[in-house]
Design a protein around this ligand. Structure first.
Ligand code: GLA
Length: 365
């Protein structure tokens, strides 16, 4: 892990400059884009994300005291005692990671940490999951834990968000950040965390385009959707919306609950259909499923926005195979599937429709 690339070396020397010694551990984790399977993870359903090339690097050492001291070109410098970290501050992830490790049996110690990230924050590409997973990987290494189970690290990173950040997110982001591989879609069953990696189709590209409008998950809308799904689940008397079939939906009298659950049920079906399309190299069907997913997220799940809709339409009209909002929605990014030769013209059309839009990543097999 240590010294693998120039960026790994750079974060090590930043640490040495800041703290006067080489770090005990360096680790990194990638941001993600979800190809299909949105708002299904916290309903114990299925998702199909893929890692981005951007990643977050962490260099750290355990301290003799319990202080948390961090430095990051992107997030700023801070030094706090555990328990005194301001709400929402990036050191809360460090505090959470230390607490998770202590629960796993490591001695509770403070840390000195340097973070370097090129995963855009507030873009809906899981910069926070990348930070949590990278911190946990580095801490596990510093505590001498040999090859920690990635699913365990992912669960811990999810708990950091629940318990230290206040976001009731699912497990998708942390799992793909912990185990994803380049240019591979990860089919994840969010109930038992079983997964498989599927190479992307040849001859296509996945474009990740930021709408230019940021979103802040903890601002309530996301947690509200989680609560609405729980209410629908309870009304149907099932363990999770994953266990609901289209026929069951009639039993939901409340209009909002019905629409939310209808999205989840059909989105899970679309993930299975997308995996079949991926396996048979059927990019056109995969793209059509992405378009359906976007319509459902906009009409039934109410998480799209005019700017996301404009971007999706511009990509479709310019010949994309499919496009949809990705991540939680309410702003952030769209993901677009194009035949390789069409990538530039689709991008140009997207930028013309939404001048604030910018390309985040291009992924090809
Ligand atoms: C955010 C959450 C994920 C997932 C998506 C929506 O990215 O962190 O757990 O729920 O939204 O699919």
């Amino acid at each position: 892990m240590t010294g693998e690339t120039d960026r790994d070396k750079a974060v090590e020397s930043l640490f040495a400059k800041r703290f006067g010694a080489v770090p005990q551990a360096v680790a990194s984790a990638h941001g993600r884009v979800n190809l299909i399977g949105e708002h299904t993870d916290y309903n114990e359903g299925f998702v199909l994300p893929c890692i981005l090339s951007q990643r977050t690097l962490v260099a750290l050492s355990l301290r003799d005291d319990d202080r948390l001291e961090g430095d990051s070109a992107q997030f700023g410098s801070a030094s706090e005692q555990p328990g005194a970290v301001p709400t929402g501050h990036w050191l809360a992830y460090v505090e959470g990671a230390v607490a998770m490790m202590a629960e796993a049996g490591a001695p509770q110690r403070g840390v000195s940490v340097v973070v370097d990230s090129d995963v855009p924050a507030g873009a809906g590409v899981s910069s926070s999951a990348a930070l949590g997973v990278a911190l946990l990987k580095a801490l596990a290494a510093a505590h001498g834990m040999d090859r920690p189970d990635p699913a365990l690290l992912a669960r811990m990173a999810q708990r950091i968000e629940h318990e230290f950040i206040g976001l009731q997110c699912g497990i998708m982001d942390h799992m793909v950040s912990a185990v994803g591989a380049k240019a591979s879609a990860m089919r994840l069953d969010c109930r038992d965390l079983s997964y498989s990696l599927h190479p992307l189709m040849a001859g296509v590209e996945v474009l990740v385009i930021h709408s230019g409008s940021g979103r802040k998950l903890s601002e309530g809308q996301y947690n509200a959707r989680v609560a609405e799904c729980r209410a629908a689940r309870d009304a149907l008397g099932v363990g999770a919306l994953r266990d609901v079939s289209a026929g069951d939906l009639e039993r939901l009298a409340d209009g909002t609950a019905h629409r939310r659950a209808r999205h989840v049920v059909h989105e899970n079906d679309r993930v299975h259909a997308a995996i079949t399309a991926l396996a048979s190299g059927d990019a056109a069907s995969f793209g059509a499923l992405m378009m359906e997913s976007h319509r459902s997220l906009a009409a039934d799940y109410d998480v799209s926005s005019p700017v996301l809709d404009s971007l999706v339409e511009a990509c479709r009209d310019a010949g994309a195979l499919g496009a949809r909002l990705t991540g939680a929605g309410f702003g952030g990014c769209i993901v677009c599937l194009v035949r390789s030769g069409d990538a530039d013209s689709v991008l140009a059309a997207a930028m013309k429709a939404v001048p604030e839009a910018r390309l985040i990543d291009r992924i090809a097999s």
